[in-house]
Design a protein around this ligand. Structure first.
Ligand code: GLU
Length: 271
């Protein structure tokens, strides 16, 4: 009995020593940033292990303003369905992952931003002429794909097409495979995400975006509830990114010339 107890005590002392030794103001980090790993143009882990996408650029800019250079950022994968949970359990410090600000999520986490405005749209196979508007989906014969825990799936179920048969998968890249293979007729989510998939090397000419604006998705940076000062600092960083032109350059670089983007939205978050 005594030995394990002593071990536990030693471990606890060891932990607290480590914690205080690393807690110096100029020795901070790394910053754990939750991003998507499978959304080209938005948040993507490339086959060579590098990270690309608009969210990655926003995260790096904001991190730098907070005092974390590129090598002090650790990117961790989040899925649409586990973002609140990973924030609540301290697995990530901030989430920059096509994460729409809404009242339901605000009950669990705080947001800074918004830093981007997207709209829900539909993507179909380029050779399929049968879907041209949202109403074409509200039909039990139409199979639609979206992602669990996303506002896109919720909008379909609640108002866009409650009668459609909706396949909910873990990530949008899985829906793209399902669409390619003919398992579903359309994929619905933010136009930013869909544009990234349609433009991805190897996908050119395979898919078509319908061009609808089915919702307004204001992307925020998620963080633990009660983050106060961090939220203020992140909002300041977002404003700076827009003002110095980095924001627009990042939009153009990541979403390509064909994507019609909205102007940077006004910051609305404060607690
Ligand atoms: N922006 C929407 C959301 O936060 C859809 C994109 C996503 O699932 O990340 O749910």
């Amino acid at each position: 009995m005594k030995v394990p107890q002593a071990g536990v005590i030693a471990a606890v002392i060891g932990l607290s020593l480590t914690a205080s030794a690393c807690g110096g103001a100029d020795d901070k980090g790394p910053l754990a940033v939750g991003i998507k790993f499978d959304q080209p143009g938005v948040g993507m882990r490339e086959p060579d292990g590098t990270f690309t996408g608009f969210d990655v650029d926003v995260a790096r800019y904001v991190a730098k303003e907070l005092g974390y250079p590129k090598d002090k950022i650790v990117f961790k994968e989040v899925l649409s369905n586990d973002r609140e949970l990973l924030i609540e359990y301290n697995e990530v410090d901030i989430v920059v992952a096509s994460y729409s600000i809404n009242a339901k999520r605000k009950q669990k986490v705080d947001f800074a931003g918004p830093y981007f405005l997207a709209h829900q749209d539909l993507m179909v196979r380029a050779d399929d002429p049968t879907i041209t508007k949202a109403e074409d989906l509200n039909n039990a014969n139409k199979r639609l794909c979206s992602v669990t825990g996303s506002t896109s799936a919720e909008n379909v179920r609640k108002n866009l097409a409650p009668k459609a048969s909706l396949l909910e998968l873990g990530g949008y890249s899985e829906c793209v495979v399902a669409l390619k293979e003919g398992l579903v007729d359309a994929l619905t989510t933010d136009n930013s995400i869909l544009a990234g998939f349609a433009a991805r090397k190897g996908n050119e000419g395979k898919f078509r975006l319908i061009g609808l604006s089915l919702s307004s998705e204001n992307y925020g940076i998620g963080m633990k509830k009660g983050s106060g000062e961090l939220q203020v600092k992140i909002n300041k960083a977002i404003r700076k990114m827009v003002e110095d032109g980095t924001w627009e350059a990042a939009v153009k670089k990541n979403f390509g010339t064909g994507y019609k983007y909205e102007a940077a939205p006004a910051i609305t978050t404060s607690n």
